[in-house]
Design a protein around this ligand. Structure first.
Ligand code: 1CP
Length: 345
């Protein structure tokens, strides 16, 4: 494989090649559990941080400099595509993301733009600054939200506990749902290919809330769009990671979309999932992030148990089953990363 990375553990594992230990990075590693994040966040709004390449680069670099993880993930958010399409997005402290113009009618859907890549150029600019800062130390992961998860925010107008409005839309007006999902899928293809063009070394598709769906609804409203996206990426030597909460159940369908890696939530036995996948698909995961609240001997045992379980398997990337919570002690995260970096197969 041709890359100039000084540390390419993540890329090798993603392509199911042998590594001397599992590579480690953590979803939401560039975030609120770090004091240094708040030092920056207290000066700017979240969207200002995303849209100012130098600041996005500063935040992206925090977990590289302070934790020493094996990959950087672009500092941004999955909802920037929805904003570029016309969603009026804000992030309120303690409330989370909000769209003041939720999409509920045919007219709302018709108003969504797909010709909006120019509005996302700041992400390409951020990637170029980050790549310079990284100087090939570790790979940079780009990402986007998957259509169903983005749809849920657009329809609900923000986060949701039960996805009631989204599911009612899927049930009562499936054609309207499909028209929105298709628009999001088209924007996502262009957006991820722009990130690849700008220099990311891997991409992850986040379908965080897929677990809300039944098997049949997942197939109809999530899977086919993820397949549409993944099959249109200019992958070259850029591995594609497919993540959803619900991957314990949906992994066989996710595999049909031919990602290089499936990122698995914490419910399933990771070895069992891996052995059920076609050869050549790697797994990422799957420590319960709540373990990182525990005492260090417990953290150690749970990580080593996972590694023992996965021993001998090529194509394993350590990660959490979902993102780090903001109040997890930094010291525990650092401990986990150091433990993993000392481990040898
Ligand atoms: O107030 C603040 O300081 C902003 C908090 C914050 C941060 C640090 C948000 C708002 N987004 C982010 C960064 C972010 N979001 C990254 C950066 C890279 C990283 O460190 O991993 C990434 C990859 C995301 C992706 C994201 N945003 C997802 C998918 C991943 C997941 O955890 O499932 C989702 C669902 C979002 C929506 C979102 N944006 C922000 C919040 C607090 C949320 C979640 C709200 C909810 O639970 O519905």
């Amino acid at each position: 494989m041709v890359n100039n990375l000084k540390n390419d553990l993540l890329i090798r594992a993603a392509f199911s090649q042998a590594t001397e230990r599992p590579p480690v990075w953590m979803m939401r590693q560039a975030g609120r559990f770090m004091k240094e994040y708040w030092d920056i966040k207290n000066k700017y709004s979240f969207l200002e941080m995303c849209k100012t390449p130098e600041i996005a680069a500063d935040v992206t670099m925090l977990p590289i400099d302070l934790l020493g993880v094996d990959a950087a993930i672009l500092f941004s958010d999955i909802l920037v595509t929805a904003e570029a399409m016309g969603g009026d997005l804000s992030f309120e402290q303690g409330v989370g993301p909000r769209f003041s113009n939720p999409i509920r009618s045919k007219q709302d859907a018709a108003n969504l733009s797909t010709d909006c890549l120019d509005k996302l150029q700041y992400v390409g600019d951020a990637i170029r600054v980050i790549k310079q800062r990284l100087d090939q130390q570790v790979p940079l992961i780009g990402f986007a939200g998957a259509p169903f998860t983005i749809l849920s925010y657009l329809v609900e107008g923000g986060s949701s506990k039960d996805f009631k409005l989204t599911k009612t839309l899927l049930n009562n007006q499936p054609e309207l749902a499909h028209s929105i999902l298709q628009k999001i899928a088209d924007v996502t293809v262009a957006y991820l290919n722009m990130q690849i063009e700008a220099g990311v070394n891997a991409v992850q598709l986040f379908d965080s809330w897929a677990l809300a769906l039944s098997w049949n609804d997942y197939k109809e409203f999530s899977h086919q769009y993820n397949n549409y996206i993944i099959s249109r990426l200019n992958r070259k030597d850029v591995p594609v990671i497919s993540f959803c909460k619900g991957s314990s159940v949906f992994a066989p369908l996710m595999a049909e979309t031919k990602p290089d890696v499936i990122s698995v939530d914490w419910n399933a036995d990771l070895l069992h999932i891996k052995q059920g996948l076609p050869k050549g698909i790697a797994v990422q995961g799957n420590l319960d992030p709540f373990v990182l609240y525990a005492d260090k001997p417990v953290i150690k045992k749970k990580i080593l148990d996972l590694f023992e379980r996965m021993r001998g398997e090529e194509g394993f990337i350590f990660n959490l089953g979902h993102g780090i919570m903001p109040d997890i002690p930094f010291d525990n995260v650092k401990y986990a990363v150091e433990l993993i970096k000392e481990y040898r197969y």
